[in-house]
Ligand binder design. Sequence first.
Ligand SMILES: [Zn+2]
Length: 189
Amino acid sequence: MDINAVKLKNNLIHWLCAHDAANIEIDYEEDFGYAIGDNDIRCINLGVTKWHEEAVYFEQFLYEYGCEYVDIPIPVLAFLHELGHHFTLSNFTDFELKFYEIIKGALSNFTDFELKFCENINSADTEESDFDFFYHYWELPDEFAANMWVVDFINNNIDDVNELSYIYWNGWKEIKNPLELVEENYYEY
Ligand SMILES: [Zn+2]
């Protein structure tokens, strides 16, 4: 793996350890995610390709739900969202999480599911838009819990968030071929 990609991982792990989140692995995937694997291994996946699409929406969503700071880089918001899952998943039963997963699975069965879903809704002549679609997704209970953790964390720890942004961007811009990292990832779940 690109030495700079390893460096970024290590720096993020170091930041996590300093914020009560030890023992989380970092991996590179197409999209952001949080995974619990065999032997209770926790992993935050850094999204390499997919993180711009909802960018505008997510920033505004957090802002509307009380986030007092804007202009935090989108990948950093996405990273914090996954960390939010780490700290809030235990609020839900396995059954509840499975239930939400089924809803998300149904949504992802669409190719470009956001767009098709919204086109269908729009063609039915309602007021809904892709904007509303993402809001519904982020308001699913497990997503909402993670998002409110993010709002709370940002509002109370902006210096730490700025430090994270600095680590993230400085590391990210040194990585030459981010797409290759998706092929090389090595944590299996
Ligand atoms: Zn999530």
